[in-house]
Design a protein around this ligand. Sequence first.
Ligand SMILES: Cc1cc2nc3c(=O)[nH]c(=O)nc-3n(C[C@H](O)[C@H](O)[C@H](O)COP(=O)(O)O)c2cc1C
Ligand code: SF4
Length: 503
Amino acid sequence: MQKTGARREAVLHLLEELGGVTEDNVREVARRTLVSEAEVWGAGTFYTLLKGGPRVRVCNGLSCRVRGSDELAAELRQSGKQVEEVSCLGQCDRAPAALDESLNVFDKARGPRGITPDNPGLAVNLGGRPDFSFAALKKARAMAPADIFKLLEESGLQGRGGAGFPAHIKWKGVASQKETERYVVCNADEAEPATFKDRETMLRRPDAIIEGMAIAAHAVGAQECHFYIRGEFRAEYESVKAALKRAEADVNFVSWYFHQGHGAYICGEETALLESMEGKRGMPRLKPPFPHEYGFRGKPTLINNVETLACVPWIFRHGGAAFRALGRAEAGSKLYCISGHVNKPGVYELPLGATLDELVAVAGGYDGKPKAFSPGGASSGFLPISKSNTPLDFKSLAKEGSMLGSAGVVVLNDTVDMAKAAQWQLEFFEVESCGQCAPCRIGSRYLHRQTTKYLKTGDPGALKHAADIGWEMEEGSICGLGMVAAKPLESAMKYWPQEFTKR
Ligand SMILES: Cc1cc2nc3c(=O)[nH]c(=O)nc-3n(C[C@H](O)[C@H](O)[C@H](O)COP(=O)(O)O)c2cc1C
Ligand code: SF4
């Protein structure tokens, strides 16, 4: 049984190694893994990076669109390049972003990019030097798991991957399982448009991620730690790998493994990620059971986001109360990504609960007259600039009908048509829906097409069923993608109704 699982786990990796999905490669992978050709084909065709063939990838995420990605794609096509437009490249601070045939970033950024300078008082401290003393890990390994969970609870650390789930509850959940084969997984798939904080953390502070994972493994009794790193993040993968080599003597009480994504946004969703780690299509699982009970290889698994794990060593060095005090109404400092119409896009670490105005002040100010912002990736919809004083934290944004999500903030100025902005976001959800459940598969397509129809004809009748469809998607979808996919349109229609009346 274990052997069959291990062979299946190799399917995607082998397809990538052989150069992508072709008839010959599928046959070869089926021969080597003993997984049927149909299943290899089915798994491989789910992922854009396994399509095979060289091409330039141009990002058409929101930040890239407002900075001219359509023009860049046209320019590259005219120069004879094979161009593929993709939903997100995690390079919004370099908008309009593109990757060459070898997945290297074209640096087309028009202005400076920013990062918070060194400040050891911040939990992640991207500007600081990596610290391989692993003093926090040494301290944690001398502590009983129950004391570790208490410390985490005192710190108030909430997951930074999107949902803000309290870390101590998840860690305890894994530790309390009867099954003793357990895993820790670092979710480094970061593909939510507007989000690139995990990218910077992997490049600048891989030490903190590794130390956080090792502490987690000790606390929950896991034997293996796994990274799942977004496939386009080659430099980030190398950075973490090199750091792990340096850390080896301190963290070799567990085994370490790497998985590289193959180009599918949905694999950031934790159960889709597990399916992908097991060599399958990245389709989210029905929950419950949750990963802490039934995760990787069906065993208890702790899945945390890069930033969540990178906060952990600071908590052990400075204490739970000190971490809590870094935030405002909610605990800790937070990595905010900001892009779009600001002068210095980048990743800035501020108290959790900072406002948009504070964030933009450190990001070089607004570019043009601000009109709207999207506070937490495509899934968070849009808010009018009059709400720029809302604390950017989980509860305050939920009260506004939005969400902090992955804290990928995009500012739009008054040159942007909100119906067009909604259409761009809907296109993202249509393309990235895994297609498993009808409300999301059909709803995301319907909303995108009807908004496109409205933009073409100017007839508001095209959108008369939008609210009902949005409700059905929220109620009937299996995972978070379908549940929120209507948000960009709903919020744009709510705050800018004049942009949805007859054109
Ligand atoms: C559609 C979708 C995409 C997601 N993408 C990511 C992602 O790229 N990175 C991430 O850490 N979490 C992502 N999540 C959240 C994960 O499912 C999961 O909650 C998270 O990894 C848990 O870690 P945390 O508790 O440290 O936040 C996504 C969720 C959904 C519904
Ligand atoms: S909601 Fe969408 S992305 Fe999620 S499982 Fe259903 S079809 Fe797939």
